[in-house]
Structure formats: C-alpha cells, structure tokens
Design a protein around this ligand. Structure first.
Ligand SMILES: [Zn+2]
Ligand SMILES: [Zn+2]
Length: 510
C-alpha cells in the first residue's frame, strides 16, 4: 500500500498531505484500503468537499456532493463502505484517548479566541474503544489557534493543515482539531458527535417537519441555513430536548425524546460517595490518608477503602494482620476527618471453588465486602457463573465488582449468562458494580442497561489506585452507566450513607 502510494506520489499525481503521503488522515487511508475508491477519486473528493474523516464523507455522500466528482456509482460504493470502514479501523481505548485529548482540550478552552472546545465522535459519546480523536473548537480566526496548538509539547508533528482544520501527531495517535465559524458550530458538533444512527434518526425527524439536517445543521425547505452556535438550538428547533451524548446510539433515543420519555440519566452531581478504592495496603500507590483527603476535596460524603484480599493476584495484598492495623488507622482518620464517613472494606477474591479469600470471622469485621474474580482458573462460563452465585449467596458479600472482568483493550469479558447473573443479584440482594477504571469500564453501557432492566441495584465506583485519578475514574464509570440509560434511582451511591448501610445490613441479616 505504501509503495503504491509512493509511486503515485512520485509520479506527481497527487499531493494531499504536505509532510508525507503515508500520513493521510486515517479515515481516508482506510477508505482507500477498503477498495471503494481509487486514489485519484479520493483526491478529487477531498479537493471538492474537503472531507478528511468518515463523518465528513458520510455527510458529503448523504448530500450527494460526491457524485459530481466521481459519479453516482462510486458515491454509492462509498456510502456502503463507510459502516464497515469503522469496524476495520484500529481503535484506541477510552482511557488512553481521553488522556491524549485532555491537554489539547485544556489548552483550547483557555484560549480567549476559542468559544468552547469539545471532543466529537465516539470519544464524546464515551464508547469504550475510540475511532479517532477529533476536537471541535470554534473561533473566528483559526490561525492563532493552530499556532498555539503547535507550541504545545504534546504536538509532535503536523500531519495536515488547511485553513480551518489541523491534524497533529501526539503520542503516536492522530489528533484532529477543527475550528469552525462560531455561528455554525452547533450543527458541526451535533453532526460530528454522531452516531450515524442517531443523526439518521434526527434527519428523519427533521424531514417530517419540512427541515433538512446536514453537516452544518438545519436548513429550511427553501435551502436557507439556520445558524446554530450551540447544539441545543438544533434540538429545540426540532421540538426535542437536548439528547445526552452518551445515549446518541441510534437506539430509540430520538423517538423516546419525541415522546417526552427520555430518562434523567445519573450524573456526577448525584454521586455521594465512592465504595471501591485501593491504598498502599494492597496495590494502591497512596496512603489511606491521601485517598481520604482527595475524596473530601471531591465533596464525597462517604468512601470505602477496599484493598485486595490475601491470595489475590495483585502485586501486594492485605494480610489478616494488616486488617487489624488498617482498622486502627481508619479509626484514627475518622477522628481527624469527621466530615467524611470512611468505611473499612475489602475487595475479596472469589476462589475457584466459590469460597471467599478471607474466613467469615475476618470478613465480618469489614463495614462492606466487595467480591470479585480476577482470573478464570480455566473454568467454563457455567463454572464461573456458579462461582459468582456462591459468592452472592454469602450474606457478607454486598457488591460484585467488575462483573465481566474484561481488560480493555486486551481481554474480552467472560462469556457468561449475564441475565442469570443479574437475576441472582436481585434474588440475593447483591449490588452489581459499574467500575470506572479505564482497564475495566465494567459493566459497560449495554450490560448496565440489562442489569437495570432485570431490577438489579448498581453501584458506580472508581476502583482507583491513585488519589489524583479518583475523579476521572468515577467520571468514566458514570459515562458507562449513562450509556446504559441508568438513572440515579438505580444507583446505591446516589443515596445517603444511612441508605447504603441499610442495604448492607438487610443482606447480612437475611
Ligand atoms: Zn478488582
Ligand atoms: Zn479494585
């Protein structure tokens, strides 16, 4: 592929990217590799429409702006290739993508000439695997914005630059920044955020009202564009509430919004405490005190310190002796910090035979017990489910953490019968976790939605191992829950401490 590109490049046929041909914006490269277009056709499309991403191409194809260059047949081929293109493209884990985007977003938001800055696409929707890092930052004058971006230490190279668009290389990933005219930026943000299914449903909804929705926003039937500086102006013009980004999945949300039946999704402000975090007693980096102080700064009413049990696979675990020392240390911290309740908990491993990694006498000393699998011990899905079932029957086990035990992006979750797992949770009054650690993101949105449908109670936790990440990992957990249409009433840690304690006691006294 590279050779072919270079041949064409050297033949002087086409220069799309100034620095190197291999640095084509990733989506164009993949469209080319899908065999939907030839390079000269791709060049013609790019020249005519300025398209550099799948979203641009989808818009151009939907509005028939490609056929003038390459004919209706190729336009149709591109339309057909686009959904599969996404599946072919390598994706980045959410945690890594968010970390790469963050310094760019922070810098853009601090620039006085930039109206606002938001990620778009799968990153903004909070998918666990991200297609591309594409940021929208409206400003009247793009040049100074780009110049400032190029001075960031995170910008290692320019891949592509046009008047209102730049592609940079940062940590070996492509970061795109688009700087549209502020008065039209709402339409762009809506369109680039997607998903394709969501935009299609909105376009259909617009059509029934005699309006057209395109890449730049709404237009009246006579073609007059309706300027929108913000997204909610477009939803309002369609008589819809602004649909939360996490549920823009083309999954019935537009119809639900039109009926006035959108759920009030759980949000950061609803969370009163964090019931899963580690300290130096196991594999955490920080002392309990540091975790407590960081949690107070976040405004939490309560937290639980939940280190790993003795035989866990973590690099360092809690021994029975440690449990006593830790209890004393927490008692002292409770006196020093009366404004936050510190629960002494643990994350106990469920052993291959379904027993727990501490005896009941030790477990009963904890205020809250979380139980988890960290391996599969070569067991079948049925055996794993039995193992979970045994732990959930235990009256001291209040929470099952990261139920699928996937490792993003390296390991898929267990292939167990989740509906049965959630039924068991309801039967045994066990709470199921949405874990916000970027390696877990577990339950994900789809499973969280099934858990709630089964009637299970959820908890959203950070599973944090370092104080400065408490907030970020809680936010990831909330994002997963929101993707699952989860409401505050489904989540135990939106409730006051008394209610959390009551749930623990209710199960213990079964
Ligand atoms: Zn764990
Ligand atoms: Zn943990």
């Amino acid at each position: 592929m590279l050779t072919r590109l270079r041949q064409i490049y050297e033949a002087g046929g086409w220069v799309l990217v100034e620095s190197a041909v291999a640095d084509l914006p990733a989506d164009l490269r993949w469209l080319y590799e899908s065999d939907a277009v030839t390079l000269p056709q791709l060049a013609a499309i790019h020249e005519a429409t300025g398209a550099t991403s799948t979203a641009d191409l989808a818009a151009a194809a939907a509005e028939h702006r490609i056929r003038g260059e390459v004919g209706p047949e190729v336009e149709e081929r591109i339309r057909a290739a686009l959904p599969n293109l996404r599946a072919l493209m390598p994706r980045i884990a959410l945690g890594r993508a968010a970390a790469i985007a963050e310094p760019f977003l922070t810098a853009l938001r601090a620039m006085p000439e930039v109206a606002w800055a938001e990620p778009t696409g799968s990153l903004r929707r909070g998918e666990d695997m991200i297609g591309d890092i594409d940021i929208l930052a409206p400003a009247s004058e793009p040049a100074p914005v780009f110049d400032a971006l190029l001075r960031l230490p995170q910008s290692s190279r320019v891949l592509y630059r046009r008047e209102r668009r730049i592609y940079l290389l940062s940590e070996r990933s492509q970061v795109a920044v688009r700087v549209p005219e502020p008065s039209r930026a709402g339409g762009r943000l809506l369109y680039l955020t997607g998903s394709i299914g969501h935009v299609d449903a909105l376009r259909e909804h617009a059509r029934t009202r005699g309006l057209t929705l395109g890449a730049d926003g709404l237009a009246a039937s006579d073609g007059t564009a309706m300027a929108a500086a913000a997204e909610d102006e477009i939803y309002r013009a369609l008589d819809l509430p602004c649909i939360p980004v996490e549920i823009r999945q083309g999954n019935g949300e537009v119809a639900a919004a039109a009926r006035g039946e959108l759920p009030e999704l759980v949000a950061r402000r609803d969370i009163r405490g964090d019931l899963h975090m580690h300290s130096i007693y196991s594999d955490g980096r920080d002392a309990i005190e540091t975790m407590v102080e960081a949690s107070r700064a976040l405004g939490y009413e309560y937290i639980a310190i939940t280190d790993h049990s003795q035989r866990s696979a973590a690099s360092h675990n809690l021994t029975v002796d440690d449990v006593h020392r830790q209890a004393d240390e927490i008692a002292a911290l409770r006196e020093r910090f009366p404004d936050i309740a510190i629960l002494h908990g643990c994350e106990v491993d469920i052993l291959p035979d379904g027993r727990l990694d501490f005896v009941d006498q030790v477990l009963s000393r904890f205020d809250v017990v979380l139980a988890s699998l960290h391996e599969s011990a070569g067991q079948s899905p049925e055996q794993l489910l039995k193992r979970y079932g045994a732990a959930m029957q235990h009256p001291l086990v209040s929470i099952i953490t990261h139920p699928s035990n996937r490792m993003v992006p390296h390991r898929r979750g267990y292939d167990i019968d989740y509906d049965r797992l959630f039924e068991l949770a309801v039967e045994t009054e066990t709470i199921v976790e949405v874990d916000g650690a970027p390696g877990h993101l577990d339950l994900d949105g789809a499973l969280a939605r099934r858990a709630v449908a089964a009637g299970a109670m959820l908890v959203i936790n950070s599973d944090c191992h370092r104080a400065e990440l408490l907030d970020r990992q809680m936010t990831f957990g909330i994002t997963m829950a929101r993707r699952g249409w989860v409401e505050p009433r489904h989540v135990v840690n939106t409730r006051p401490l008394d209610a959390v304690r009551a749930a623990i006691v209710a199960k213990r006294s079964r």
